[in-house]
Design a protein. Sequence first.
Length: 289
Amino acid sequence: MDHITMTKAVRLEELGGDVKLLPRVGVTGSRLMVFSQAEAPVLTEISLVDGSIQRRLLEDPGVEIHFVQALAPNRRLLVSAFSEGGEKNAFVYDGSGKRLFSFRAGDAVEEVQVMDDTIWIGYMEDGILKEDSFSKHGALALDPEGNILFSYRETAGRQGLPGVRDCYGLNATEDGEVWLYYSIDHLMARITRGRVKQFWKGGPVLSWHSPLVQARGFALWNRQLLFATPARELYWASLRHGILERVKPVDVEGREIAFSRYWTRDFRLFLLEGSDVYLYDMKQHGMKM
């Protein structure tokens, strides 16, 4: 088994210990955003450049929040994964923590990422199969007011590609591309400018026999992917060469990192061990395969 050496990015006491409502973490640009509502709704933003920390109290959204992202100019987006009765589950705040407005973003939300003020959302099977007006599309792009800009279901249909039954992972990258990893049969799609430009299936990377079954989240660089799985394992995959191998995360002293949670965005993977957040930057480390 190969290994990847990760650096300690920040220490977040909010993420350690037992809490009633699990803090939610979002990655936006050079910041980690941690939303906690165990006692009061608090948003903590940590710079990955200089480690500076900003905290602000937000107006209570009234529902459990699962995703947090940044919107321009100086706005914040909170999203709940569920909206079974048609309730609004996306909330936009200004820089002072005041809630500006809310809208519905669909039921059974799997992932939310914002790129250039476009909100990308992937959905779970529960919402897709019941034909929820948003979730049925499998993956959507919304504007900051919640209007649909892009439907994967409609685009895939026009291009003769399978739709999404369950969106396992989504990655909105800094160069304007959006990548989806989804079932029915473990497929990978690269979306740019409103079209699916590349599509992969089969082989050791994308199949029912792959250990990536229901892997939630992946980092991406130069057609290579770093997956984290529900079994708390990491796998490095090459779409160019059809290679898949398990890798072990270690710190700079070679000690294995026993992580409990993980987050991915563009070319970065974050692992949580206790209250320590570790970072692996695929772009910085270059090609592996």
